[in-house]
Ligand binder design. Sequence first.
Ligand SMILES: Cc1cc2nc3c(=O)[nH]c(=O)nc-3n(C[C@H](O)[C@H](O)[C@H](O)COP(=O)(O)OP(=O)(O)OC[C@H]3O[C@@H](n4cnc5c(N)ncnc54)[C@H](O)[C@@H]3O)c2cc1C
Length: 275
Amino acid sequence: MKPVAFDYERAGNLEEAVALLRRADAGAKLVSGGQSLGPMLNLRLVRPELLIDVRRLQSLRRVEESDDRILFGAALTHAEFEDGEVPDPTGGLMRHVAGGIAYRAVRNRGTIGGSLAHADPAADWLSALTAVDAAVQVRSQAGERVICLSDFVLGAFTTALAEDEMIEAVAVPRLSAASAWGYHKICRKAGEFADAIGAVVVDPERRYCRVVMGAVDGPPVLLEEMAEALAAGGAEAGLAKLDAAVEVALPEAAPAARQLHAVAVRRAIGQVYGR
Ligand SMILES: Cc1cc2nc3c(=O)[nH]c(=O)nc-3n(C[C@H](O)[C@H](O)[C@H](O)COP(=O)(O)OP(=O)(O)OC[C@H]3O[C@@H](n4cnc5c(N)ncnc54)[C@H](O)[C@@H]3O)c2cc1C
């Protein structure tokens, strides 16, 4: 199939992009890397009247470092993270995750902001950035707001973005030198979306510990009791809670699917504790 006819505008700056969004009144779609939007247009799953191209906006390609976080422009590509062209505040987690997304051709064009806005539950950035407690900086003509990622994703392919809002940047906290992370993605072959994701970040210096189960039907799930047990008693204590935590989080899932998710989380914890 081919897309329905649409108009195309390349925004010259951020103000123009949000003005076009506002004016189109829900009839517009932003396009960044086009890696998810392209197929959706072709399948006519979306039928916008206007495409607003934001890929080349310099303000969406900026990197701003501060003491406790780095702000990444929404149009930075997966490949730029993979290649280390931008700094990594997470001690290698972001670089690792980027390198495991799809194939190089997709990574060359796909962007961090596009991935978060698309909110495919199986997307890698969604789980990994939830594990580090990242936040999205959102812009509309009315101004700016910041939404932490665990509040941003409301469900599969559904976010807290209003029709006239766009993602401007993603704020990623700096992990301390004492931190450790684990990220395990289960997929049938390299380059595919995940069937299950386990993402774990332990940062004793910041008293921070998060365990995320991703590639479920909705937003990534925070396994909070497990994280508390991990922080207090280490791997054994955390793992003792795993099966029960997965069962509570996925009551409707088939046993094989639960097992897959448990394995992904267990392996991510194993990476943190070197087991
Ligand atoms: C073959 C294939 C395999 C893939 N495998 C994986 C995988 O293993 N893991 C993974 O995580 N992803 C995977 N992807 C998805 C890929 O990572 C996409 O790059 C990403 O999901 C979307 O980014 P994009 O920049 O291409 O967004 P686009 O396709 O341009 O846009 C996607 C959506 O986001 C909106 N949008 C874009 N930019 C913004 C913005 N700044 N603010 C608000 N809304 C915006 C668009 O309107 C659209 O609704 C795969 C894609 C393909 C084609």
